[in-house]
Structures are given as C-alpha cells and as structure tokens.
Design a protein around this ligand. Structure first.
Ligand code: F6P
Length: 360
C-alpha cells in the first residue's frame, strides 16, 4: 500500500544527516512510498508549513554532502534543552498544533533524526499520537541505548587530524599545545581522538583534573627528552571542585554553551611550567564537511532500518547500533540519560596503560 512519510532533522547539524535522508528516501521508494522533507526542524510542520518533496531522482551526491538539506534548529519553540542539559516538555498547545500539521499532510509516519533534545521531543510527539521513529545523531556520542551515534566518527576524524597537525608544530617549537574539542558533558570525542592522535594528556568531563597531575606529565616528558606536549581537552572538562567553563554571551532559555576550558588550561600550564603554550579551539569544524566512511555506512544502515521500523509499525522506537547489529529500541530508553565515557572501559584503561595522563 502506498504511504507518505515525513523526515525531519533537529538539533545541531553533523556529517551524515544527508546520508540518512538519502537512505530513508531510497528504502521508502523501494516500497513505493513517498517522502516529504520537513524544513527547519519540527517548526516546518506548523503553519505556514515549510516542506520539500524528496524526489528519489534528486538524491545525487547526498551521501557525501555535509550539513542537512532540510535545515535544522537547536533553538526556538521546539528546543527541549536548557541550562546544563536539563530537558523541558513541550506545552500541550504546541503538541496539538504539531499533530494537526502532521495529520494535515496525510503522513503515515515521521522519521526524526536527532540527538537527545530532538528525540526527547520525538518521544513526546509519539506519546501525543504521532507515529514516529528516531535515528540517533550527535557528534557527542552521548545517547543511551546505542553504542554509536552517527556524526561522532567524523568529528573524531577531524579532531585526530588536528592533533596530528599540532604534533609537528609543537615539536618544532618545543611547546605545549592544547586542543579543545566539543562533546558537551561527555568525553567521547576527546578520548577517541586523544588516543588516536597520540595526545599525552586527555581531559574529559568524567574525570575532574588537577594542574599538578598535568604539569607532572609535562615534567616527566621533559626529563625523557620530549620537549613538547599535546593536550586534548573536552569542552566539558573541569578542574576538581571547579565549574564547567561556559562561553561568553549565554542566552536565557537555551542550553548552556560550553567553551573556554582550553584557554584556561593553557594559561595555567604556561604559568606553572614556564613552557610556551598555545591553544586551538576546534569548534564547528568538527561538525562540518563530509562524513567518514564509517559514518556513511552507519547512516545508510540507520536509514534503511528506520524504514523497516515504520513498515513493521514499531513507532516510538529508535534505530540503535549494538555492535554486531542494528536494532530498534524504545526512544524512551535512549533519551534523558547521558551516556558518558565509562571509567572502567577499554579507552580509559588503555590510555592509562600507555601512560597517558587523564588529569587525575
Ligand atoms: O551537541 C553538539 C554540539 O556540537 C556540542 O558538542 C557543542 O557543545 C554544541 O553542539 C555547540 O552548539 P552550537 O552549534 O549551538 O554552538
């Protein structure tokens, strides 16, 4: 039977969104279903609706293209996150208006591609009666119920490349180089890229750091004749007993913007060790550009699975990668629980085994 399904992308963008859109459209077309893109996040469902038919023949190049052809938003009426990651519910009027918008289009289901915030909204919309399935997106990799979100691998690739580049200049100038990476309250990007990029010090939110520990590592390297040091710092890293460092110009009713810990760490290292220290904030470079091979594959499998979940009527579920398999799990199992780097996990243990300083 012919069906019409909608696709919406929400929250911060990342590499691979277009690859998921492509996979959903292709898999839907194989079943004879039509797909409609909702422009600018869930807001596009509200009057005056902002839509884009997703023609099977207009998918060329999407697998590689960064960003999202549907646009996205992490602010406004559909923003579910405030402060340091607290989730807030949508008012009933907005849920009703969104349901009306969905019904008016004659949609059979909605595919919501997003992170914790967008999928929390997806869960509320599902509870309100919209048949919805989720696809887990975020460079932060902090969603529960999946061992990997798409976008993460591409961000790690970008951060690893930056660390490689910093190595050569750090060595030439005998400097300490601090790279601040994204990830909010989880240290996944920092620990993966730090290990892959050979960082000497990796600071993650899960392990509060002390300057004594960082400077001891620098001194150890100096004694061993290594006159440069590379520090990978997650934006959510903080000193023991200290607060998260937030960027200037915070806006009310929005999620806090982290940023600035790298500069603080660099200044303190220089003060304590006397070694010339520089900081690089990698910022949104981690969210731009083409997805990596792994992300392309993950996005394609995720998109196909999302269509399968719809075909099986498994609404309120999210596609999840469990390692060997891609399965459907309840969206409610994935949202509202930050998935952080486990301290007894392989990455932390291996980093310690290699003598990488984790700041404690
Ligand atoms: O959640 C993804 C993310 O890139 C975080 O790693 C980062 O803290 C935040 O979004 C940046 O948000 P914005 O694009 O609003 O500055």
């Amino acid at each position: 039977m012919s069906k019409k399904i909608g696709i919406v992308t929400g929250g911060g963008d990342c590499p691979g969104l277009n690859a998921v859109i492509r996979a959903v459209v292709k898999a839907a077309a194989r079943r004879g279903w039509e797909t409609i893109g909702i422009i600018g996040g869930y807001e596009g469902l509200l009057p005056p609706q902002n839509l884009r038919p997703l023609d099977y023949h207009a998918l060329d190049g999407l697998l590689l293209r960064g960003g999202t052809i549907l646009g996205t938003a992490n602010r406004g009426r559909f923003s579910a996150k405030v402060g340091h990651g607290e989730t807030r519910g949508l008012p009933d009027e907005l849920l009703a208006e969104t349901k009306q918008g969905f019904d008016s289009l004659g949609l059979h289901a909605l595919v919501s591609i997003g992170g914790d915030g967008s999928l929390s909204i997806a869960q509320q919309l599902y509870e309100y009666g919209i048949p919805i399935v989720g696809v887990p997106k975020t460079i932060d990799n902090d969603l529960a119920a999946t061992i990997m979100t798409f976008g993460f691998d591409s961000a790690v690739a970008c951060a690893t490349d930056a660390l490689d580049r910093l190595h050569t200049t750090a060595e030439s100038h005998q400097r300490v180089m601090v790279l601040e990476v994204m990830g909010r309250y989880a240290g996944w990007i920092a620990i993966y890229s730090g290990v892959a990029g050979g960082a000497d010090v990796i600071l993650i939110p899960e392990i509060p750091f002390t300057y004594e520990s960082i400077c001891a590592k620098i001194a150890e390297r100096e004694q061993a004749g290594k006159h440069f040091t590379i520090v990978a710092a997650a934006e959510g890293a903080r000193p023991a007993g200290g607060e998260f460092v937030t960027a200037a110009g915070q806006q009310q009713n929005r999620e806090a913007r982290l940023g600035g810990v790298g500069a603080q760490v660099a200044a303190e290292i220089e003060k304590r060790t006397g070694k010339e220290t520089r900081v690089v904030v990698l910022g949104h470079l981690q969210r731009g550009g083409s997805p990596t091979n792994l992300d392309r594959a993950l996005c394609t499998v995720f998109g196909a699975k999302a269509v399968e979940l719809i075909a099986e009527g498994r609404f309120g579920q999210m596609v999840a990668y469990t390692g060997p398999q891609v399965i459907g799990v309840k969206i409610s199992e994935a949202v509202g629980k930050l998935r952080t780097v486990p301290l007894d996990g392989g990455f932390v243990q291996s980093a310690r085994a290699l003598g990488i300083c984790l700041g404690d």
